[in-house]
Write a protein that binds this ligand. Structure first.
Ligand SMILES: [Zn+2]
Length: 95
């Protein structure tokens, strides 16, 4: 698993949020799989837990923190990687 750091500008500085790379194919498969499940849920649950929206490939193209493009991520340096944190997937910038 390759860890990458967001180099988009956010609130006047570099974001530096760390994510892990996935392929576009993986993101599309996960999106389709989740949306299939999402359609089986009652409308109330869809709204309460997921804001009434299914998954979208754009979630994998944007930084979880700042919303910046996946194209501006660089391989994470060891000192940038937080311990015990939840990380989100992001599409590899080379895809
Ligand atoms: Zn960011």
């Amino acid at each position: 698993m390759k860890l990458v750091t967001c180099k988009n500008q956010f609130l006047g500085q570099v974001c530096n949020w760390v994510s892990f790379n996935v392929s576009r194919e993986y993101a599309e498969t996960e999106t389709k799989s989740f949306n299939k499940y999402f359609k089986t849920l009652p409308k109330k649950i869809q709204k309460e837990f997921y804001g009434g929206k299914g998954a979208s490939i754009t979630f994998y193209e944007q930084c979880f923190r700042c919303g910046g493009s996946y194209k501006n991520f660089k391989r994470a340096l060891k000192k940038e990687i937080p311990l015990g944190s939840t990380m989100q997937p992001i599409i590899d910038r080379k895809e």
